[in-house]
Design a binder for this molecule. Structure first.
Ligand code: SF4
Length: 472
């Protein structure tokens, strides 16, 4: 098993004082071999540490004394030191099968690892979950976890996952809930497969068997032009409206029986159906924001100054097409804690590539769906120097109109047709931590300078030079 590799040491930290340095490999920690950053964090919480370190091929022992629970002060290279558990399903709607060849290798990794669910909010189907995993989750309180449900009917779930264990594996969901683990569910709806009567049956199954789920996000399948599954197709507007109506009806049932709405439809459904988004207060605190549920409303609240802090937006719609939340992060994460925080562009961070004058006209770059959300907010500013520049996704095609899937190739095409010496704002949600797009191009490859802005309403407002606070 590869040893955790130290990539950074905080100056003045216990690790620095003990002489640990970037490049050190930690073979053992107090005699134990940590499997991931979760175990690493538990082990390094101890006040007295003995680290078996390999430095330049030479083994040495480093002793560390620190306060109980005090951070050690190192960043390690990856979140999982043993192998990421890969998925043994073959879902027809899997977006990873719909990626073109030649992209970053990490994008093709089909994970089904409860640790990545805990660390990053990735969804697990539990088809590879074991008794030992349950024991660890319960003992170490790895909560919350995100579980893909899709259908509660065992046959339909097995068929959707193309895995005979698909149906039975929901017993682990019951076991997790029985042990008090918070679980957020997700249903990827494929028209003609698990909408309509199957969706109603799934809702009834959740009410009957899993009413203690924290929330259930209902998201449409993502389809790219590379899809080869004939049964997978886009929703029609009527089908999208039917999903919205079904979610509405079941919210009433859940609210009556459970006291909360439980189930929410992704923003994309309201856009597809041409319906207004539900009021912000109906999202029960936006527990599924990262899954593309309520993003439009939180962005609006932030932009208008009606929120006090930005809601997490790093993965967003990207997760809604069942891709890993941050695919590069399994191998590239810099993490010292179990909260999933990673290095790189964080919320509120605005990296500016200086080019045009600050008073130049501004183009706000956005995926086509995001443009429909941001457009009215920009219009509401009453400024003629700011415009939204929608970026059609021709790289992936299909229904990949979300901002998180914007590629360098599409941005290059669109920007090449836009005036020079304007300012262009780029939401950071479409970038990996090394400022690369999904197609491997970087910000520096674009034909116009862009300013990378955190994907939230506060950051956009600040980048536009508008006062932060109540904007209305
Ligand atoms: S959609 Fe998820 S569970 Fe299904 S094959 Fe892809 S990675 Fe595996």
């Amino acid at each position: 098993m590869p040893a955790p590799l130290i990539v950074a040491v905080a100056p003045g930290s216990p690790a620095a004082l003990a002489g640990l340095a970037p490049g050190d490999e930690v073979a053992r920690l107090n005699g134990q071999v940590p499997r991931d950053v979760i175990e690493w964090k538990l082990l390094t919480d101890e006040p007295v540490l003995e680290l078996d370190v390999v430095r330049g091929g030479i083994e040495l022992i480093v002793d560390v004394s620190k306060g109980d629970g005090e951070p050690l002060g190192v960043e390690v290279q990856s979140a999982v030191f043993d192998r990421v558990r890969t998925c043994d399903n073959h879902c027809e709607f899997c977006f990873i099968y719909q990626l073109p060849k030649g992209m970053r290798r990490s994008l093709y990794l089909k994970d089904d690892d409860y640790r990545l669910s805990f660390l990053y909010g990735n969804f697990t189907t539990l088809t590879r979950f074991t008794e030992a995993d349950l024991e660890r989750v319960v003992t170490e309180r790895l909560s919350p976890l995100n579980v893909s449900i899709h259908a509660t009917d065992p046959e339909i779930r097995s068929r959707m996952l193309r895995n005979p264990r698909g149906g039975m594996s929901l017993r682990w969901l019951r076991a997790l809930l029985d042990h008090g683990i918070e679980v957020r569910g997700q249903i990827v709806v494929c028209p003609g497969i698990n909408d309509g009567a199957v969706f109603d049956d799934t809702m009834a199954g959740i009410l009957d068997r899993f009413p203690d789920l924290a929330s259930v996000a209902v998201v449409p399948l993502g389809l790219s032009r590379f899809n080869t599954e004939p049964a997978m197709r886009l929703h029609t507007a009527d089908e999208a409206a039917a999903v919205v109506d079904a979610v509405d009806d079941w919210q009433d049932v859940f609210e009556t029986v459970l006291g909360h709405r439980l189930v929410h439809a992704a923003d994309e459904y309201y856009l597809m159906a041409g319906r207004p988004f539900p009021p912000a207060g109906s999202y029960d605190g936006f527990p599924m924001h990262e899954d593309g549920v309520g993003m439009a409303r939180t962005f609006e609240l932030e932009f208008l100054g009606d929120a006090t802090a930005a809601t997490g937006t790093r993965s967003g719609f990207f997760a809604a097409v069942d891709l890993p939340a941050n695919p590069a992060a399994y191998t590239g994460l810099r993490a010292t804690s179990c909260n999933g925080a990673s290095g790189g562009a964080g919320h509120g961070a605005t990296s500016v590539t200086l080019g045009p004058a600050r008073r130049a006209p501004i183009g706000v770059l956005s995926g086509e769906l995001g443009a429909r959300v941001i457009g009215p907010l920009i219009v509401g500013l009453g400024r003629d120097d700011v415009r939204v520049v929608p970026v059609r996704n021709e790289f992936f095609g299909g229904n990949t109109a979300v901002t998180g899937l914007m590629t360098g190739a599409d941005l290059s095409r669109v920007l090449a047709g836009e005036p020079q010496r304007h300012r262009y704002l780029l939401p950071d949600v479409c970038l990996s931590d090394d400022h690369r797009f999904l197609d491997g191009l970087s910000v520096a490859d674009l034909p116009r300078p862009v300013e990378v802005v955190a994907t939230d309403g506060f950051a956009l407002r600040a980048a536009l030079g508008e006062a932060i606070g109540h904007g209305r």
